[in-house]
Design a protein around this ligand. Structure first.
Ligand code: SF4
Length: 297
């Protein structure tokens, strides 16, 4: 599952240069990736173990995959790419150096739009705000793994040399950064995200398991969805309406994925007689499509 076309309908592909994670809050309780990992391990897939996704197990469960870094450079057609559907890029086990390499690839493959979703926005904010971040990423423009097949990258030689000297343009225009927020207990994540320099800052309120009093200042896109499957927790219409109204007041884009229930999509996805499929930015809303996230960090 390193990279693939995906059933996630708001994105075109997933890219997993990292696999494995550990649970941090109630939103992780029924994590799709945590449930899938032991099954993949049993099938002999590289990158997975049969150990539960607890903090003590994280050193063995979280793995970086340098051999997967160059994958997006080989995808010729522009795609929306969901980064790490099977992990969290800002997990504490992942060294900054490796995150820099992931960002270096995203800089070079600017035909694509990359979507990075984390439950660790404190680290994301710290990472993105480091004064030498652009220079550190620029330094990776010499990596063999990235520069193999220079015809595949979207950046010419002169520009590349300039990035190497002065750093990449920061924040990257083609990278959206988001955080997951399942209820008021983790609302502080939004404050961390607000301070992150990014072309698009987005929230995934999925699974929404409680009311959420959101301050959406500085947020461009809000996705809401209920939980589905075995042990799902119910969503309430008043919570969804409240988020929709706050999102509209803030002038951000709103996407309602589904109500959730025993089976995915069994509850439908209409709210007050209509669907909400908005995407951030005019260029994106033209491409709006049904959102169906099977997992989120
Ligand atoms: S991948 Fe996301 S939902 Fe799953 S354990 Fe990690 S942070 Fe939680």
């Amino acid at each position: 599952m390193s990279s693939t076309n995906t059933a996630i309908e708001w994105t075109d592909a997933t890219w997993n240069p990292v696999t494995g994670c550990s649970k941090v809050s109630e939103g992780c309780r029924n994590c799709y990736a945590a449930a899938l990992a032991p099954r993949l391990a049993a099938m002999g897939q590289k990158g997975y173990t049969d150990l539960p996704w607890t903090k003590p197990n994280a050193p063995r469960n979280v793995m970086t995959h340098a051999d997967r870094l160059a994958e997006p450079l080989r995808w010729k057609k522009p795609r929306r790419v969901f980064v790490n559907s099977m992990s969290d890029l800002f997990h504490e086990q992942i060294p900054d150096d490796f995150v820099d390499k992931v960002f270096a690839v995203m800089a070079l493959a600017r035909r694509h739009t990359f979507q990075v979703l984390t439950k660790r926005p404190e680290r994301m904010a710290e990472y993105a705000a480091a004064p030498d971040r652009a220079a550190r990423i620029g330094a990776y423009m010499t990596l063999d793994v990235i520069l193999d097949g220079p015809e595949l990258r979207d950046v010419g030689g002169a520009e590349l040399a300039q990035w190497r000297r002065n750093g990449v343009p920061w924040p990257l225009r083609n990278v959206w950064l988001g955080t997951s927020v399942e209820d008021n207990r983790v609302r502080h994540r939004v404050d961390h995200l607000r301070g992150v320099p990014a072309a698009v800052r987005f929230l995934s309120c999925e699974p929404l398991i409680g009311p959420l009093d959101l301050d959406l200042d500085g947020i461009h896109w809000v996705i809401v969805g209920g939980e589905s499957g075995h042990g799902h927790r119910s969503i309430e219409a008043s919570w969804v309406r409240d988020i929709r109204d706050r999102t509209e007041e803030a002038g951000a884009a709103f996407f309602f994925k589904q109500w959730g229930g025993a089976k995915p999509k069994s509850g439908g996805r209409e709210l007050d007689g209509r669907t909400y499929d908005e995407m951030p930015g005019a260029w994106e809303s033209r491409r709006a499509r049904t959102y169906s996230l099977t997992h989120s960090a």
